[in-house]
Design a protein around this ligand. Sequence first.
Ligand SMILES: O=c1ccn([C@@H]2O[C@H](COP(=O)(O)O)[C@@H](O)[C@H]2O)c(=O)[nH]1
Length: 278
Amino acid sequence: METFGARLHRAVAERGPLCVGIDPHPGLLADWGLPDDVEGLERFSRTVVEAIGDRVAVVKPQSAFFERFGARGVGVLESTIRQLRNAGALVLLDVKRGDIGSTVRAYASAYLDPSSPLYVDAVTASPYLGVGSLAPMFELAAAHGGGVFVLALTSNPEGAAVQRAVAADGRTVAQTVIDEISQLNRGAEPLGSIGLVVGATIGETGHDLGAVNGPLLAPGLGAQGGTPAGLRAVFGAALPSVLPSYSREVLGAGPDQEALRAATERVLAECRAALTTA
Ligand SMILES: O=c1ccn([C@@H]2O[C@H](COP(=O)(O)O)[C@@H](O)[C@H]2O)c(=O)[nH]1
């Protein structure tokens, strides 16, 4: 069985270092001339899949925008996940789950067990009940070739007060998360399957990402003000492991599929240049 880290490494080599989010904001539905209901949600998501599902390495549906329509919205999420997988994209579901370990086990089976209707390649998870509480997620990911992206230094300004607080041993909370995930990925080749989320907006923080040996998802580009040129300050020597992520910056080009593809190509070219410039 191929690990998530290996699949991601291959997908990025074939399609380029880019994750595009499916975030059907009410405002975007309106801009696209779609109703703010399940039909609008379905047409929005299908349009994105048809436009870019066969050319982007990773697509990241934001679960919240599907959940807000209840069971029918989750039904659209299920079919969007299926369509994305058929188009050859890796699916990263942004759900930011975290809880006591016994409940995390249930979340893990919802997203990382191949028999689940919401089965995806990887999920986002919150470590703020302790990284160890996510162990059932890491175990199920390992058992089925899945991945987990753990929040470390998020792109929103409020995150710093918690994540950069200094623990008794002198490390920040974020650095303890980074160090624990680095341990889990030790020795994995070509890349570990447990990633971190580090916002593209945070600038240079002095955190050491050099030993993570896993993918570093970088949201916050475009709409939140982060730029590809700014990635070097955030990630330093870890730049080759960065997976830049855009949602509104690309989605704002829709609903025309050619325009969505052009926006995707543009941000991909900018990210390639930023990630490869010495
Ligand atoms: O630190 C984080 C973690 C996750 N996100 C999510 O990424 C997208 C960003 O959307 P944009 O439209 O590109 O701003 C969204 O789904 C967030 O929930 C993040 O922004 N920051």
